[in-house]
Design a protein around this ligand. Structure first.
Ligand code: PLP
Length: 413
């Protein structure tokens, strides 16, 4: 018997490490760290959402619901998906989940077959990789261009006879890249040609600054259900700053997919939190807040990030999402060293992107044997720009000072 389980071989998220390093620093110095490494927004959920959850608890609406979630919420979500996202779906295909994180994990479990591959972007949210490995998928990676967008050709070239599904995340974490309808249509054509499933993670759907969000499954709107292949995940965490409420949802393309998803949800949750589902019902009526919140993050981007572009750290402003990927190659050949120096000298936290680019080598039983970062990610770091504007500005100022210092001393301050 293996002393370490399969899950025990999977690397823990790099964000965990960065988070701890910042906390250790705060304890050691007694000074606050400016946390540009975490995506926690500075705006708060709408007041009426807090009242809805409190009211549900007060009035005893706290019993289990079905594994799929409350019918009233799923009906409201079907309307939202139709009106805002251009889907044509039904409440039967929708699952309320404790955050889209759990929805993604459940979806992968519901799709996985032993030995099959899931294609992830070469720079990805580390949790996507963990979920892939936990579900028993073998991870494989598709390339991103210099603008961090994938192309249909790049994806086609990464497909093997074992590939079962592709994960698309637009707007993307960590890159902020956004895929328009044409790019998505080209990817869908590859998926149809090679008979692949698609998982579309749309957690940042409201945070598109140039152009507009295209929800991938809207491209299948006209197709009969049995020809559809896109499963989507959405979240209340980002749009309405409801990160700690833990509320998201999954939209499956047809009955068969919903049946598989239901089994995973029955086995893993029994049901999502009932008071939080009442919060969701109210939150769906607060969509103006999502628009306002997007404008706040956009203002942060437009104010704070151009200086990073001018300093040669950022190729272009991210089109969407909460994060930008910077390249510090001009002043340091190792992002971990850069990030540690910035934390120690200036009390600013950034996330080295190596943890967003791990390339696990796995056994036939999908045990992770090793997980080295892709060499191309060695000098990349992720910066979150969804936080308090003043802190963001100060953090960026210190980052620029630190970069200039490293430059002046030939990369070794
Ligand atoms: C790309 C992406 N997907 C999904 C999530 C999960 O969000 P939640 O579980 O809060 O809905 C996150 C959170 O950071 C994310 O960055």
């Amino acid at each position: 018997m293996n002393a370490v389980s399969r899950a025990g071989t999977i690397p823990s998220s790099c964000l965990h490490e960065v988070f701890n390093a910042a906390e250790r620093r705060e304890r050691a110095t007694g000074r606050p760290v400016i946390k540009l490494h975490v995506g926690e927004p500075y705006f708060k959920p709408p007041r009426e959402v807090a009242e809805a959850v409190a009211e549900a608890v007060r009035t005893g609406r706290t019993a289990y619901t079905s594994a799929e979630g409350m019918p009233a919420l799923r009906e409201a979500l079907a309307v939202k998906l139709e009106m805002e996202n251009g889907h044509r779906t039904s409440p039967d295909h929708i699952f309320v989940t404790p955050g889209s994180c759990q929805g993604l994990a459940a979806l992968m479990q519901s799709l996985a077959e032993p030995g099959d591959e899931l294609l992830l972007p070469e720079l990805h949210w580390p949790i996507h990789l963990q979920q892939c490995l936990l579900a028993g998928f073998r991870p494989a990676f598709y390339p991103l261009g210099p603008d961090f967008r994938p192309t249909a050709e790049g994806i086609r070239a990464a497909v093997t006879p074992r590939t079962r599904a592709i994960l698309i995340n637009s707007p993307a974490n960590p890159t902020g890249a956004v895929l328009d309808a044409d790019a998505l249509a080209a990817i869908l054509a590859v998926a149809r040609e090679r008979d692949l499933q698609i998982i579309s993670d749309e957690a940042y759907e409201h945070f598109v600054y140039d152009g507009e969000h295209t929800s991938f499954a809207s491209l299948e709107r006209g197709l009969p259900e049995h020809e559809r292949r896109i499963s989507s995940t959405f979240s209340f965490s980002k749009s309405l700053a409801m990160t700690g409420y833990r509320l998201g949802y999954v939209v499956t393309p047809h009955r068969r997919a919903a049946d598989a998803m239901r089994v995973v949800q029955e086995a893993s949750l029994v049901s999502p939190s009932t008071p939080v589902q009442y919060a969701g019902l109210t939150a769906l009526k607060s969509r103006d807040s999502a628009v306002r919140n997007a404008a706040l993050v956009r203002a942060n981007r437009d104010r704070a990030l151009p200086a990073l572009r001018d300093a040669g750290l950022l190729a272009e402003l991210p089109q969407g999402g909460w994060y930008a990927v910077l390249d510090v190659a001009g002043v340091c050949d190792d992002a971990e060293v850069f990030v540690q120096g910035l934390l120690e000298r200036y009390d600013v936290g950034l996330a080295p992107a190596a943890g967003f680019a791990l390339r696990p080598v796995v056994s036939d039983a999908v045990r992770t044997l090793s997980a080295e970062p892709a060499p191309g990610a060695r000098t990349l770091v992720r910066l979150a720009f969804c936080g308090d504007p003043q802190e963001l500005d100060t953090g960026v100022e210190r980052l620029l000072t630190y970069t200039a210092e490293r430059q002046a001393s030939g990369g070794h301050p």
